[in-house]
Design a protein around this ligand. Structure first.
Ligand code: IPE
Ligand code: IPE
Ligand code: MG
Length: 239
């Protein structure tokens, strides 16, 4: 059976259903800064602080996997200054947060073609992946230089290299292959589009949109999304 078609497991005792895998399109850093007449870089900086808070919180909710869209394959179109600011923040995040992940049983995973990033970042990532590879509590998948169309092309090529292309074969070669099926996809900032994120995985995911800009997003709002997920009826085309 295809992973995305599996039902999220019911919690015991008639409680609400908890998602196993939540993904977030963290959008609105620029608008947050603009509203405050601050440079965009400060919006991104505050955005990283919120990432830290949400990862800590998610790990305490029993979530198996959290995927965060941090830098898309299209974000290279932004001015060089902004790309540099984002890469600088990424360096800082890996340096300051990996010890905590390692200590808290969080496994880091990168989706997207991160090998195209600067060599020092690639080295830092490889080290962080190795240090957290055996952790089991929560998987944190950070999407870097990620585009779902690129992911699907790579997966289809790998599947074709093995013989016939099938949905199962493509799924086995997605960047998310070893993760639970995507249950809930959150996007902040009021935009209601996928922006090339997890196009395959979102096939039967529940979508949840909020006007809150990412730097203002809170663990309480994350919990609201989880609570609403628990009330959704998923049918997967059946009845
Ligand atoms: C999201 O915030 C962060 C990244 C895409 C890296 P934006 O920078 O897209 O913020 P807005 O959409 O311009 O407000
Ligand atoms: C999507 O946000 C990418 C990330 C959150 C990393 P964008 O701000 O790049 O998306 P668009 O351009 O508004 O679709
Ligand atoms: Mg944006």
């Amino acid at each position: 059976m295809l992973g995305f078609a599996k039902k999220a497991e019911k919690a015991g005792g008639g409680q609400t259903t908890n998602p196993r895998h939540v993904a977030i399109i963290m959008d609105g850093n620029g608008r947050w800064a603009k509203k405050r007449h601050l440079p965009r870089a400060l919006g991104h900086k505050k955005g990283v602080e919120v990432v830290r808070e949400i990862v800590r919180h998610a790990a305490t909710t029993g979530l198996e996997a959290l995927s965060l869209y941090a830098f898309s394959s299209e974000n290279w179109k932004r001015p060089e200054d902004e790309v540099n600011d984002l890469m600088g923040l990424l360096r800082g995040f890996i340096k300051s947060d990996i010890d905590e992940f390692a200590a808290n049983d969080v496994r880091l995973k990168i989706i997207g073609n991160y090998r195209a990033l600067a060599p020092d970042i690639v080295d830092m990532i490889d080290d962080a992946l190795a240090r957290t590879a055996h952790n089991r509590r929560t998987t944190l998948a950070v999407a870097l230089n990620y585009g779902a169309q690129d992911e699907l092309v790579r997966a289809a090529q790998a599947a074709a290299g093995e013989g016939a292309i099938s949905a199962e074969a493509i799924e086995r070669h997605l960047d998310t292959a070893d993760m639970p099926p995507l249950d809930l996809l959150i996007r902040t900032s009021g935009e209601q589009r996928l922006s090339n994120f997890m196009l395959w995985q979102a096939a039967y995911a529940e979508l949840w949109f909020t006007d809150t800009l990412w730097p203002d997003f809170t663990p309480a709002e994350f919990d609201s999304a989880l609570a609403e997920f628990g009330t959704r009826e998923r049918r997967y085309g059946g009845r």
